[in-house]
Design a protein around this ligand. Structure first.
Ligand code: ADP
Length: 168
């Protein structure tokens, strides 16, 4: 059985992440999304919130589960019995960092391979940090995150924002 972990911060999960989750779930028998606990910076959403949000957005994909983890992602992969680690690539800047990470991970654990999925073009510009920046200024993030999540993100910034339809 092919098992992959997809580790990340997901603070917050974007449509770009979701696209990678959906596509990897079609390739693998089982995908475990790993939500990183020990961020050096203070996250917008707690790890419990991020796990719950991801569980909600992936509830219709039968072979995807969500788990929090800390420490090395290769150790998380090993503990999950995974042979693969999935990562998404948006641009050459991701490639540089991700290639180095995957090579380091292979030195740490040669039995785990990294699988790169290139982003779908419509999400190539998307990152969790840009979503947070736009939301913090009350901008429209409806094209960036799953529908129900927008309000939760604005709430974190204490911003009340009517949906565009409601403002017409
Ligand atoms: P990290 O903090 O490790 O960068 P992220 O949650 O930001 O974690 O991202 C997790 C993974 O998802 C990384 O492999 C990243 O390149 C990928 N990713 C992030 N945004 C996108 C996107 N818009 N399209 C495709 N992959 C993405």
């Amino acid at each position: 059985m092919s098992v992959a972990v997809y580790p990340g911060s997901f603070d917050p999960v974007t449509l770009g992440h979701l696209d990678i989750i959906e596509r990897s779930a079609k390739i693998m028998d089982k995908v475990i999304v790993g939500v990183l606990k020990n961020n050096s910076k203070t996250p917008l959403f707690s790890v419990e919130e991020r796990v719950n949000i991801l569980a909600d957005v992936t509830k219709d994909i039968g072979n995807v589960t969500i788990k929090a983890f800390d420490g090395l992602s290769v150790d998380f992969a090993r503990n999950c019995g995974a042979q693969f680690m999935v990562r998404g690539l948006r641009a050459i800047t991701d490639f540089d960092y991700e290639l180095q990470m995957s090579q380091t991970n292979r030195i740490l654990r040669s039995d785990i391979d990294t699988i790169f999925l290139s982003t779908s073009l419509e999400y190539a510009y998307l990152s969790s940090s840009s979503v947070k920046e736009i939301a913090s200024f009350g901008g429209d993030i409806s094209m960036c995150v799953p529908d129900f999540l927008g309000k939760q993100i604005y709430d974190k910034y204490g911003i009340e924002r009517n949906e565009p339809e409601a403002m017409e």
